[in-house]
Design a protein around this ligand. Structure first.
Ligand SMILES: [Zn+2]
Length: 285
């Protein structure tokens, strides 16, 4: 904690008379308060604005919507996978059916030729008969294969249907969550609008150099440019100041701008507490 030394640069920690700015604002802060009290209030508003902005970014509705969007994406991925597998099996089933049809056509043609063939050499009839038997066996094989394909298709069809239902439910929930998020954002935006306007009005009553200094500190020091001296502690860095320093600061002329030596923030002493007289010791006995 220090006063400004005589040769200190303008932005050095120290004493700046708050009531003598070059670019004086339109009027003093309302309510007969000091500029430093108004500055602290601006700081509180800035903290409130930052909290609202944080709350807006971290809204649970936003997180839930993001979770639903991810779940929907995952369901879509699984659905595409199942559709791919189904498509392959359906293609295989179609090939088998085509082959079964070709086999039947060939067999029927042979059978007709056999029955129509009078005087065909026995050797040729035997060959046709052999082929017909072979074609029947082949058809049985193909039909077994098709049955296997259909058995494989069944669970994919039910998975596909349940993924479609899941997708519908997720889309509906996401829609609801989008509405809830918009409502929550609107609510916070209204609060932000009010607070930002009030902050701008109050900040406009501060002397320009004090305001500039505050803004630059706030930007540099994580959103807090002005702190209270509460007891012996700076509310900006939460460090304690030596009692003698605190005492010295409290006796500076009202409105003197003091900087916390430890964190560099503008330090505003809280009003001195009214001393409470110690109770008289109880008489012995
Ligand atoms: Zn500090």
């Amino acid at each position: 904690m220090t006063d400004a030394p005589e040769d200190a640069p303008e932005d050095a920690p120290g004493v700046v008379p708050e009531d003598a700015p070059e670019d004086a604002p339109s009027g003093p802060p309302p309510g007969g308060r000091s500029f430093l009290d108004a500055l602290l209030e601006v700081q509180d508003m800035d903290t409130g604005i930052a909290q609202l902005e944080h709350r807006r970014a971290a809204l649970p509705e936003r997180q839930e919507l993001s979770r639903l969007t991810d779940a929907l994406k995952e369901a879509g991925r699984r659905y595409a996978e199942v559709q791919g597998a189904r498509g392959e099996l359906a293609g295989r089933q179609q090939e088998l059916e085509n082959e079964i049809a070709a086999t039947s056509t060939r067999r029927e043609a042979l059978e007709q030729r056999m029955y129509a063939a009078r005087g065909t050499p026995a050797r040729d009839l035997q060959a046709m008969d052999d082929e017909i038997r072979h074609l029947r066996a082949r058809r049985d094989e193909l039909e077994d294969a098709e049955l296997e394909v259909m058995v494989e298709l069944e669970p994919l069809d039910s998975t596909s249907a349940s993924l479609e239902a899941e997708g519908r439910a997720l889309r509906a929930a996401a829609e609801q969550q989008r509405d809830a998020l918009a409502a929550a954002e609107t609510d916070i935006d209204a609060q932000l609008g009010t607070l930002v306007a009030a902050r701008a009005a109050l900040a406009g009553t501060l002397p320009g150099d004090l305001r500039d200094r505050y803004e630059s500190l706030r930007t540099r020091l994580g959103g807090t440019g002005a702190a209270r001296l509460a007891g012996n502690r700076c509310s900006g860095c939460h460090l304690e100041l030596p009692s003698m320093e605190v005492d010295r600061i409290r006796h500076l002329p009202v409105g003197t701008v003091v900087t916390c030596e430890q964190c560099g923030r503008i330090l505003v002493p809280a009003p001195a507490p009214v001393p409470v007289p110690a109770p008289a010791p109880a008489p012995p006995g």
